[in-house]
Ligand binder design. Structure first.
Ligand SMILES: [Fe+2]
Length: 442
């Protein structure tokens, strides 16, 4: 059964996806976090057996979207839900009351949902109800530990316990199991209700007293990057992205020693997040040095640092640092991979389109992040005369960070600067590079 689910409330959507996947047979839930994305998904392939829409969605009128679906195909059953009762009056739809925040019960909601005739015929019968229930590995980022045991599936008959309940796990644990081929871990079915309540709650690791700010930022960035590249950003995540950027910016203004920060960051972080944090440090310090230090310039550069590579989903592609075509040809990429790589600034810029009103120019910085002063970059091959100041600053910071990481932070910063120097002698680049030398030498 293919279901289109439209909701920008992250915890509730996680709960609902898990419920549908565990109670219904052969279910495929396609998630959308905005009305715009939902419309695009529907238009590209309208074959859904059911559509579920949160009427509390904040990105526009759910009602007009429902009319759009109904004009297209009256027969697809539409289920709506909301915390507000008056929302129940839409003709030809089935309404579910989410209850107010104070008195919500996952059980009542699930019962009402599964009683609907659309879902009745897809219910798993008791006998086929498995001993294990599934949970998307992605949701583990929300917590530090779970009150239930976690299993990995070896085959239909064999599941192996990989984590005992109430044991803390870290990002290395999540990343070990979350691969492009594996999206799920498993729990025993007897624990299912505990999981359901946990996902249904608004609980989120941010309230934790045990995680450091650095770890919280790291986790949040992971969630943001994955959401941005898969189903789109929600208002909650955009707000979190702002908080992450602001916290990174304020930590650099407290500690000016960039070389030390680079050493410290290197230890345990995965590639993409490491890059984005370090770029934010450098761009922010460069803004101070150049006296382009308005909060909004720093934030725009910080956003660009988080999102510049979000459209590159494979680790192989996102770890490439492009210097020139010859080096790229040595990496034995398929034609398809090369195409993706050369288009990624355009695709990543499209992803941030929705924050562009609030943070103009982020899109441009992302679009330009692989351009080079001599015109040898991509996707447009602009030269220094066509690359605006903030983009030039970002390109230099990106270059410095990538060269440091590729050398595993072993290379002397002054040697990296020497390598870079001949490339940045023109236009805005000259000024930005002089500032980079100053902040690195300090
Ligand atoms: Fe890139």
């Amino acid at each position: 059964m293919r279901i289109l689910l439209i909701d920008d409330n992250d915890p509730f959507r996680h709960f609902l996806v898990t419920t549908l996947e565990n109670h219904l047979k052969n279910v495929d839930v396609v998630e959308a976090t905005s009305l715009k994305v939902a419309k695009l998904l529907y238009e590209s392939d309208p074959y859904f057996e059911s559509i579920m829409v949160s009427l509390d969605i904040s990105s526009g009128s759910a009602l007009s979207l429902i009319h759009h679906f109904q004009d297209f195909n009256k027969k697809t059953p539409i289920v709506t839900y909301s915390s507000e009762e008056q929302a129940s009056e839409i003709p030809d739809t089935f309404f579910l009351d989410k209850g107010t925040k104070a008195k919500r019960s996952p059980k009542i909601f699930v019962e009402a949902l599964l009683n609907h005739p659309t879902y009745q015929k897809y219910l798993r019968d008791n006998q086929s109800h498995k001993q294990y229930a599934r949970i998307k590995i992605f949701y583990l980022w929300r917590f530090e530990e779970l009150p239930i045991d976690l299993y990995v599936k070896i085959n239909d008959k064999k599941y192996v316990k990989i984590l005992a309940k109430n044991t803390k796990y870290d990002e290395a644990f999540i990343e070990k199991y979350h691969t492009s081929k594996n999206e799920y871990l498993f729990i025993e079915s007897k624990d299912y209700e505990i999981l359901e309540s946990l996902l249904y709650s608004d609980q989120w690791f941010e309230e934790s007293n045990e995680l450091s700010d650095e770890e919280k930022n790291f986790r949040m960035k992971k969630i943001i990057q994955q959401m941005a590249s898969s189903m789109g950003l929600t208002p909650h995540l955009i707000q979190k992205a702002e908080e992450v950027v602001q916290s990174v910016i304020s930590s650099i203004s407290e500690s000016k020693n960039l070389n030390q920060i680079f050493k410290r960051q290197q230890k345990r972080m995965s590639f993409q997040t490491n890059v984005s944090t370090l770029i934010t440090y450098i761009t922010s310090a460069l803004c101070d040095e150049l006296e382009w230090n308005t909060q909004s310039s720093k934030e725009k550069l910080g956003f660009a640092a988080i999102f510049h590579d979000t459209s590159l989903k494979s680790a192989k592609l996102s770890s490439i640092y492009y210097l020139n075509l010859d080096e790229l040809n040595q990496l034995s990429l398929t034609e398809e991979e090369k195409k993706k790589f050369f288009q990624h600034p355009v695709r990543s810029a499209e992803i941030v389109n929705e924050i562009n009103l609030k943070f103009p120019h982020v899109e441009t910085i992302i679009l330009n992040h692989h351009e080079r002063p001599d015109g040898s970059g991509f996707p447009m091959g602009k030269n220094f005369q066509k690359i605006p100041p903030l983009s030039s600053l970002f390109i230099i910071a990106h270059d410095y960070v990538m060269r440091s990481i590729l050398n595993r932070f072993d290379k002397n910063p002054s040697d990296i600067l020497k390598e870079m120097s001949p490339h940045y002698q023109n236009g805005h680049f000259e000024k930005c590079f002089t500032a980079l030398k100053k902040i690195i030498d300090n």
